[in-house]
Design a protein around this ligand. Structure first.
Ligand code: ADP
Ligand code: ZN
Length: 611
């Protein structure tokens, strides 16, 4: 590297430290910044929360001229710009939500060379007037956010993104950066081709989200399990709960409110004003839970969502990863928790069967569901399976998923599986799980007698297990696609071709043991409320609360979300280190010069009051 280049990187390091208050670059940030400072184009793939924004925000401050950020999410521009202004960065946005006066003020600042960053929607950028105005400005770089929107095949396709290749022709000397969190190869190639970025350097990071703890279960009552999870591990954190239907969304939100949480519904059946209001409370208040259908989430940039819960099966591993990815963008510990039931599996298969569309499409969808069920039923590390699905190899088990933390016990269920399969077969492959279970456990039942199924050899053969255990076995067999519910037969259970080797005794089957948490473990879970982060001492809990209250108050005064003032990681370090002087704050993550001067005193006073 030449000396000029070295000096520029030193500037970048200085900006990271002084403006953003961070001591080290993350993932590929440093390399990307080097590339852009050298005047080259870059294509960057980083997982959600990886820190894509700094990749262009730092060059924007190091280079002369303005960095133009193209973002499809108008709703987010306001918060992004507010957050930058808090850091003393000269940032602005232009979009249709502003009055003409406001727009004129921004244009004047742009023309006068007073802006470091300007956020624009693609349609605004592509207007003749805007392009013309930019041609007369000194430009540092173009940053194309959410670059996967250029892909026809993705779900976020935006036709204006296709025109962005124009930038290459009209501004040949200005480096361009495209960033996305979408992993797959095909999208990557499309971005490069459509945006004329074939020569851009590529920076691809692992898609692992190590701070997210995955847990999946099908045991017990979903709602009760959810409450245990939310209450024990996220007593005053904000989170998102996904449900399959609007009705379930409304019921779950009400139920959580009765339990004392602030839980707000969000789905397409509500009027848009109400939806908007709930979303805004979720962003601006601490500890709010949003209960939503999948309609919620796109464009939610809240970094301190501490958990994402699914009360039903998501559609595929892709959706699961995208939805759970909304947890813990700030890199702090977060949870992805799922509970599903046999009825979910039945319903999804039924939808797939009934959906119109080519058979090949259906087949792909069935395969995707199977892959998801494999993940659900897995007895090994969830993260290895997840990353493996996206073509990445994680060598060792992660140590931060339910299976790694409490290895599920397995047992040889070949004999039981055979009993289930033959009970289904002998009763004519037309009865549901309850009936089959009753036959296995030898229940005295009018229907069974009328059908003469009490005469079958399997009748009562499964006495040694309870009905609940049989249900669990049935569920697992269904998840493995050995049996399916036939929608044409009132969801009667039917064997698939894969059941044959098991019936013939050619294949062994291992199932997960039904977990029965010991009474002791349950009790411990009930008393240990992790209201405060794990690494804060119990005696500092009150200080932690006071710091959060101060943050909320400061945020409310300015109409900003609390995380724009300080992230949780910053408050946590304040509670732990208890600094007493302004200059001590320079060592705290997330406190740069501007925030130290603006908020330092207020927070030091809180800490002093507890000393
Ligand atoms: P995304 O890749 O999802 O766009 P962001 O750019 O929003 O991620 O960054 C996620 C969070 O991580 C932000 O709150 C940001 O301030 C923080 N962050 C980014 N880079 C660093 C770093 N080098 N050190 C500490 N925190 C960082
Ligand atoms: Zn694991």
């Amino acid at each position: 590297m030449g000396t000029a280049r070295t000096a520029q990187m030193q500037r970048a390091q200085h900006v990271l430290d002084q403006v953003f208050g961070y001591s080290e670059f993350r993932l590929n940030q440093q390399k990307v910044i080097e590339c852009l400072l050298a005047g080259l184009d870059a294509l960057v793939l980083m997982p959600t929360g990886g820190g894509k924004s700094l990749c262009y925000q730092i060059p924007a401050l190091v280079l002369d001229g303005v960095c133009v950020v193209i973002s499809p999410l108008i709703a987010l521009m306001q918060d992004q710009v507010s957050a930058l202004r808090q850091l003393g960065v000269k940032a602005a946005f232009l979009n249709s939500s502003q009055s003409l006066d406001e727009q004129d003020a921004v244009k004047r600042a742009l023309s006068a060379g007073e802006l470091d960053l300007l956020y624009l929607s693609p349609e605004r950028l592509m207007t003749g007037a805007m392009l013309h105005m930019l041609e007369r400005c000194k430009l540092a770089l173009f940053a194309i956010d959410e670059a996967h929107c250029v892909s026809q095949w993705g779900h976020d396709f935006r036709k204006e993104y296709k025109q962005l290749s124009v930038l290459h022709q009209r501004f040949p000397g200005t480096p361009r950066l495209a960033v996305t969190a979408t992993a797959d190869e095909r999208t990557r190639e499309e971005i490069a081709n459509e945006l004329s970025l074939q020569n851009a350097q590529r920076f691809i990071s692992s898609f692992d989200r190590p701070n997210i703890r995955y847990a999946i279960s099908d045991e017990g009552n979903g709602r009760e399990q959810l409450w245990q999870f939310v209450h024990n591990t996220h007593a005053d954190n904000s989170g998102i709960i996904y449900c399959i239907s609007r009705k379930k969304v409304d019921e779950t939100a009400q139920w959580l409110c009765k339990k004392g949480r602030v839980a707000l519904p969000y789905h397409a059946g509500m009027d848009s004003g109400m939806r908007q209001q709930n979303q805004s409370r979720f962003l601006r208040e601490d500890g709010v839970i949003i209960v939503a259908t999948i309609a919620f989430g796109m464009g939610i940039d809240k970094p301190d969502v501490r958990f994402v819960a699914h009360l039903n099966l998501p559609k595929s591993i892709e959706s699961y990863y995208q939805e759970t990815g909304r947890a813990g963008r700030d890199g702090e510990p977060a949870s992805a928790w799922m509970h599903y039931a046999m009825s979910d599996v039945v319903m999804q298969r039924k939808w797939l069967e009934q959906s119109d569309g080519a058979d090949t499409h259906k087949q792909v969808q069935h395969q995707k569901l199977d892959a998801l069920l494999d993940l659900c039923e897995a007895t090994l590390c969830r993260r290895q399976i997840l990353l493996g699905y996206f073509g990445e190899t994680l060598r060792d088990p992660c140590g931060n998923c339910d299976n790694c933390l409490h290895a599920p016990e397995t047992w040889d269920a070949t004999h039981e599986a055979q009993m289930v399969l033959s009970a289904i077969y002998r009763t004519g492959q037309r009865f549901g799980a309850v009936y089959v279970t009753d036959v296995l456990t030898g229940k005295q039942d009018q229907r069974i007698t009328t059908n003469h199924h009490d005469q079958l050899q399997v009748f009562g053969m499964g006495e040694k297990h309870t009905a609940m255990q049989w249900r669990s076995i049935l569920r697992q067999l269904m998840a493995r696609n050995l049996i399916i519910a036939d929608p044409d037969q009132h969801n009667g259970l039917r064997l698939t071709a894969s059941a044959r080797p098991i019936l013939r005794g050619e294949q062994q089957i291992l199932l997960r043991k039904l977990k029965r948490p010991s009474p002791k473990a349950l009790k411990a879970a009930k008393t240990a409320k992790n209201r405060v982060p794990v690494d804060i001492q119990p005696e500092d809990a009150a200080l932690w609360d006071a710091l959060r209250a101060k943050r909320s108050a400061l945020a409310r005064e300015q109409g900003l979300p609390p995380y724009v003032i300080f992230h949780d990681a910053t408050l946590r370090q304040l509670a732990r280190d208890k600094p007493s002087r302004l200059e001590d704050l320079d060592a705290i993550t997330g406190i740069g010069e501007k925030k130290r001067d603006r908020y330092g005193k207020a927070f030091l006073e809180v800490i002093a009051a507890f000393a």
